[in-house]
Design a protein around this ligand. Structure first.
Ligand code: PRP
Length: 203
């Protein structure tokens, strides 16, 4: 029996479709239920930012989560497989025409990805003032809350429609299959079986 943590929404649906095509049975959560128990799997529906937490504490053996979220949380889990879905990047955005000048004093940066942002500026020995937001990050430079943002860019249309542009890409991201370290040893054959089946499906 493997416990699988999935992030609510599109990634959970896509992952359940992958399991359905591998095992030929339908995997579907009932209405508002957060656990889906089948003979071989227990699926958990959690918030995207919580997937790695469930896996790290071994409340789930494996999980599916974006690399950006994994980097942001910094929890020690095994990155088993790039599922090549949910492709996006974490980038610095500024108002169109503005240039990224790291030598400027007191840079103000708005983001929901505090740790990735801190790391980026620390590695460049830049003292940035990082402002935590929970969403609609693109608004911040438009109203003078920040000089720039660090945010997820998928199609680029949110930045485009708000008069912003990418001035630097910090990292590329896509969804990953992750595993708890102990589970990986305790349930190696089950996990490797899933790993192989998913790998051959996504190729
Ligand atoms: C994400 C991200 C950008 C947008 C990028 O927001 O924070 O705002 O998607 O996508 P695009 O490049 O295709 O336009 P999300 O939908 O998660 O909402 P939030 O920022 O308000 O949380």
């Amino acid at each position: 029996m493997l416990t699988v943590a999935l992030p609510k929404g599109r990634i959970a649906e896509e992952t359940l479709e992958i399991f359905t095509s591998i095992f030929g049975e339908e995997f579907k959560f009932d209405d508002r239920k957060l656990i889906l128990q089948t003979p071989n799997f227990k699926f958990l529906l959690v918030r995207n930012q919580d997937v790695a937490t469930y896996v790290f504490h071994q409340a789930a053996d494996i999980g599916v989560v974006g690399l950006d979220t994994l980097e942001e949380e910094g929890l020690d889990v095994i990155r088993l497989l790039d599922l090549k879905r949910g492709v996006c990047r974490v980038a610095i955005g500024m108002r169109k025409g503005e240039k990224l000048d790291l030598s400027k004093p007191e840079l103000k940066v708005a983001t929901k990805m505090i740790n990735i942002t801190k790391r980026y500026f620390a590695e460049r020995a830049v003292a940035a003032d990082i402002i935590k937001l929970y969403g609609s990050i693109e608004l911040a430079p438009l109203v003078g809350l920040a000089d720039m943002i660090v945010d997820i860019v998928e199609t680029g249309s949110t930045m485009e429609q708000n008069g912003l542009e990418v001035v630097e890409t910090i990292m590329s991201s896509s969804t990953y299959l992750i595993a708890n370290k102990n589970s990986y040893f305790e349930k190696k054959s089950e996990i490797l079986d899933i790993f192989e089946k998913i790998s051959s499906l996504i190729e």
